[in-house]
Design a protein around this ligand. Structure first.
Ligand SMILES: Cc1cc2nc3c(=O)[nH]c(=O)nc-3n(C[C@H](O)[C@H](O)[C@H](O)COP(=O)(O)OP(=O)(O)OC[C@H]3O[C@@H](n4cnc5c(N)ncnc54)[C@H](O)[C@@H]3O)c2cc1C
Length: 371
């Protein structure tokens, strides 16, 4: 989010410094690895509108940089017919004229013989589903920011922020930066950073992971042969998910928001053994052609809000302090449009996108604090 905001700010001619505590592309936060899902598959109209803009802006980035970041794969949401997300998704697709197909379990397994699904499952197929190459997105955004004149300050942890009436001072391990405005996108480190400037939010951090499963038939899991899928379970935002192969020899699987809670400053990045086994068992239960062995499990941080909606707003008392934590395990795809929104908030004080769902003063954030 920070690299994207820096890109859009620098492209608009602002004088920008992107300050990162590690190196750009590090693996201790939330944005590393080969793949993240991008989808229009959101039942909520405001997320859907943002997703459409995000697709367009990732395409723009590809044109501007010459890098390929989006891989179209097609995608399936499937589960029991009473899963609320499937019902709402079908309604939103229909209301918004988004091409999709309603498919039963037989049809899903006919198209993708790698899947093994219960006979009563139903699914929605949407062709625009795809993967963003996460590492390449971050590297490309940072490179474009630099090309437009941004200064990138790496290995420079921010220690303290002092907000003045119309400026900010950002104290790092190396120096003090003076700026007219600041955009804070600290991922899983956001809660302690915001506390310093008087904002107390119930953001929690979870040690999630992705699990790459061995297969003797990698060609069956190539893009075009195997879709992205999300298992929608009643009563939750999603269950497990599977991805085609990108950049290695094994398909990827994960369980949404199932990892143990950790503190922002915990340095241990060991994947949780219980979650690794749960994800392995899930993959083997819905997919044929895996050897049953884990090739690699990689840890990654989720920053959770109580309602799983993002945080994108300005400081209630200081409009030159902008905050963003597009998180809860589904923010990456929006990185392009969120960067442009943050640039608009910083430069013009407003955005044409509907970000009211993400405001700081929403009840879900404050009721959770009072509990
Ligand atoms: C396992 C997993 C799977 C996911 N799958 C998907 C998916 O398929 N699709 C999707 O859309 N989203 C997905 N997400 C969510 C998505 O990856 C995140 O929402 C997104 O990466 C968050 O980006 P961020 O910029 O907020 O955080 P980060 O990428 O963590 O960036 C925050 C940065 O701030 C820096 N920082 C923090 N504190 C300081 C400080 N004091 N000084 C200087 N620098 C600091 C950090 O070092 C870090 O580089 C997934 C996440 C995980 C973990």
């Amino acid at each position: 989010m920070g690299a994207s905001a820096a890109h859009y700010l620098a492209r608009a001619g602002a004088h920008v410094r992107l300050i990162e505590q590690f190196r750009i592309g590090h693996n201790r936060g939330s944005s590393h690895g080969e793949s993240r899902i991008i989808r229009l598959a959101y039942p909520e109209p405001d997320y859907l509108a943002l997703a459409k803009s995000a697709y367009a802006l990732w395409r723009d980035l590809e044109r501007e940089s010459g890098a390929t970041v989006y891989y179209k794969t097609g995608g399936l949401d499937f589960g029991v017919p009473e899963a609320e997300t499937l019902i709402e998704l079908a309604r939103t697709y229909a209301l918004n004229d988004i091409e999709h197909e309603l498919v039963d379990a037989n049809e899903m397994m006919h198209r993708y013989p790698q899947l093994k699904l219960p006979a009563h499952y139903t699914g929605l197929y949407q062709a625009d589903y795809g993967m963003l190459h996460a590492d390449r997105c971050v590297a490309t955004l940072a490179a474009q920011a630099r090309a437009h004149g941004a200064e990138i300050c790496e290995e420079e942890p921010v220690l303290k922020i002092i907000v003045r009436a119309d400026s900010v001072e950002v104290y790092t391990t190396k120096r003090v930066h003076h700026a007219a405005r600041v955009v804070l996108c600290a991922g899983s480190w956001m809660r302690p950073l915001l506390q310093q400037i008087g904002i107390h939010l119930p953001l929690t951090v979870q040690n999630e992971q992705v699990v790459y499963m061995r297969t003797d038939q990698p060609e069956n899991f190539a893009i075009g042969r195997f879709p992205i899928f999300i298992h929608r379970q009643p009563g939750t935002s999603s269950g497990g998910a599977g991805f085609p192969i990108l950049g290695r020899n094994s398909p990827k699987f994960l369980y949404h928001a199932a990892g143990p809670r950790v503190e922002p400053d915990d340095v241990d990045r060991t994947p949780d053994a219980g979650l690794r086994e749960r994800t392995r068992a899930f993959a083997c239960s819905v997919v044929r052609g895996l050897t049953g062995e884990v090739d690699e499990a990689v840890a990654c941080r989720y920053t959770m809000t109580p309602d799983e909606d993002f945080l994108i707003d300005r400081h209630p008392a200081y409009s030159h302090v902008i905050l963003a934590s597009p998180c809860s395990g589904h923010g990456f795809k929006f990185g392009s449009v969120v960067g442009s929104i943050l640039a608009d908030l910083a430069l013009r004080g407003k955005t044409s996108h509907d970000i009211s769902r993400f405001r700081l003063d929403r009840p879900a954030l404050h009721n959770a604090l009072r509990q």
